[in-house]
Design a binder for this molecule. Structure first.
Ligand SMILES: Cc1cc2nc3c(=O)[nH]c(=O)nc-3n(C[C@H](O)[C@H](O)[C@H](O)COP(=O)(O)OP(=O)(O)OC[C@H]3O[C@@H](n4cnc5c(N)ncnc54)[C@H](O)[C@@H]3O)c2cc1C
Length: 341
C-alpha cells in the first residue's frame, strides 16, 4: 500500500449503506485532496465488495480500503481505532476525517490518543492553510462564536464533521478507483473490553443518539401540559422524547432532550417534529433521519421542506388524537410525566 499523504475518510455504514454524513465528508475530502494533489482514500469496516467500491468511486474516492478481521464484526470503537491507527502508520495520511456521529467522535478521540496527534471535533467547516495544513472551524463558548484551529506540529490532522456541514456531491465515477484489503492483525488479548451480550434498550432510558424513533416538541407546544402529550406519543411509539431549543428555553423540556447543532445529532428511523419551526440549527441535527413527519399549524413552516409527511394543524389536537388512536392508557403523574397504566 502507498504512503502518500492522502486524505483519509472513515466511512460509517452501520446497516450496510454509507451514512449521509460520511458521503458529505467524502465529498469535502475530494475537494481537499484535489487541492493538495493527493489521493482520496475511503476506509470502511467489512469485506471487500464491488458495490461499496463503485459507490465510493462515485464520490471521487481513489482507493477504498476494507478493514477485514473477525474481531471487527462487533462495533467496538477501541478495535476500530487500533485498526485505523495501523492503517495510518502504514499510509501516513495528511489528515483523517470522520462524521461527527456517536461512533465517529468516540473513534476519533481514541485514534488521536493512539497516534498522539491533535483532534478537533464537531467541525462546521474545513479549509487549507497556505502550507496545506487543515484549518478546522467549530463553534466554541456554548455556540456563541466560531473558532478556527490548526495542528501545525502533529500529523495526521484529525477532524470530525457535523452532519449537514457539507453537501454530498457525486463526481464522474472514478474508473481508476481500486479496492485494498487490510487485515489489521488484531489479537483477542488486545481487547480491553468484551461485548458479553446485547440487550434491547428500554425506550424510557435509551439516549437520543441511539433511538430508532424520536418524537420532538418545540415552542409551539406552549405549555408543560401540552408537552406531556409529546412524551406520551414517544412512549406510545416505543421511542424517545426530543426537543428544540425553543422548547428547552421555554422550560418545556430538559436540556438533555435538545436535538440540533448544539444538542444531539440524531439519525432515527422515524423523527416526528411537533410545533417546531425548522430552524437550520435544529434541522442540522435531525435531517438525516430516515423518515421525518412534521406537525405545524403554519403551512409555510420551514420544517415541511425537510419532511416526508406534513400535517398542518394544531399539534396539541393532532397528537391527542393520535395518542387516543394508538389506544393510549396513560395516567398522568403529578409532574406531568406520563406513566404506563
Ligand atoms: C448558535 C446557535 C445554535 C443553535 N442550536 C440549536 C439546536 O441545537 N437546536 C435547536 O432546536 N435550535 C437551536 N438554535 C435555535 C434555533 O435557531 C431556533 O431558535 C429554535 O430551534 C426554535 O425552536 P422552535 O422551532 O421550537 O420555536 P419557534 O421558532 O418559536 O417555532 C415554533 C413553531 O411552532 C409552530 N406552532 C405554534 N403553535 C402551534 C400549534 N398549536 N400547533 C402546531 N404548531 C404550532 C409555529 O408555527 C412555529 O413554526 C440555535 C441557535 C443558534 C444561534
Amino acid at each position: 500500500m502507498d504512503s502518500d499523504k492522502s486524505v483519509l475518510v472513515f466511512v460509517e455504514r452501520p446497516k450496510g449503506e454509507a451514512l449521509e454524513v460520511s458521503l458529505e465528508v467524502l465529498s469535502k475530502g475530494r475537494e481537499l485532496a484535489s487541492k493538495l494533489k493527493a489521493p482520496l482514500q475511503a476506509v470502511m469496516i467489512g469485506e471487500n465488495n464491488q458495490e461499496a467500491l463503485t459507490a465510493m468511486a462515485g464520490y471521487g474516492a481513489d482507493r477504498v480500503c476494507f478493514l477485514e478481521h473477525p474481531l471487527l464484526r462487533n462495533e467496538d470503537p477501541e478495535l476500530y481505532a487500533q485498526s485505523l491507527s495501523r492503517i495510518c502508520a502504514l499510509k501516513n495520511p495528511a489528515m483523517v476525517l470522520l462524521g461527527a456521529t456517536f461512533l465517529g467522535n468516540d473513534l476519533a478521540g481514541r485514534l488521536a490518543a493512539c497516534l498522539k496527534t491533535g483532534l478537533v471535533m464537531d467541525c462546521l467547516d474545513l479549509s487549507l492553510s497556505q502550507e496545506g495544513l487543515l484549518l478546522q472551524t467549530r463553534l466554541i463558548h456554548g455556540g456563541r462564536i466560531a473558532g478556527t484551529f490548526i495542528s501545525p506540529r502533529s500529523s495526521p490532522q484529525i477532524a470530525t464533521i457535523i452532519p449537514g456541514a457539507f453537501e454530498k456531491k457525486r463526481t464522474k465515477p472514478n474508473k481508476e478507483a481500486r479496492a485494498e484489503i487490510f487485515n489489521p492483525g488484531l489479537d483477542e488479548v488486545e481487547r480491553p473490553l468484551r461485548i458479553a451480550g446485547r440487550i434491547k434498550a428500554d425506550p424510557e432510558t435509551v439516549t437520543l443518539d441511539e433511538a430508532e424513533i424520536i418524537v420532538s416538541g418545540g415552542r409551539g407546544l406552549d405549555s408543560r401540559e401540552n408537552f406531556a402529550l409529546v412524551r406520551e406519543l414517544a412512549v406510545n411509539l416505543g421511542g424517545v422524547t426530543g426537543a428544540s431549543l425553543g422548547a428547552v428555553d421555554a422550560e418545556l423540556a430538559e436540556r438533555k432532550c435538545l436535538v440540533g447543532q448544539t444538542g444531539t445529532t440524531v439519525t432515527p428511523d422515524l423523527y416526528v417534529a411537533c410545533g417546531i419551526s425548522g430552524s437550520i440549527y435544529h434541522v442540522l441535527g435531525m435531517k438525516d433521519s430516515k423518515a421525518i413527519v412534521a406537525i405545524n399549524k403554519d403551512p409555510g413552516a420551514e420544517i415541511f421542506k425537510y419532511s416526508d409527511m406534513g400535517l398542518v394543524g394544531d399539534a396539541v389536537e393532532i397528537i391527542r388524537a393520535i395518542n387516543e388512536r394508538l389506544g393510549l392508557r396513560l395516567r398522568k403523574q403529578p409532574d406531568g410525566q406520563p406513566d404506563q397504566g
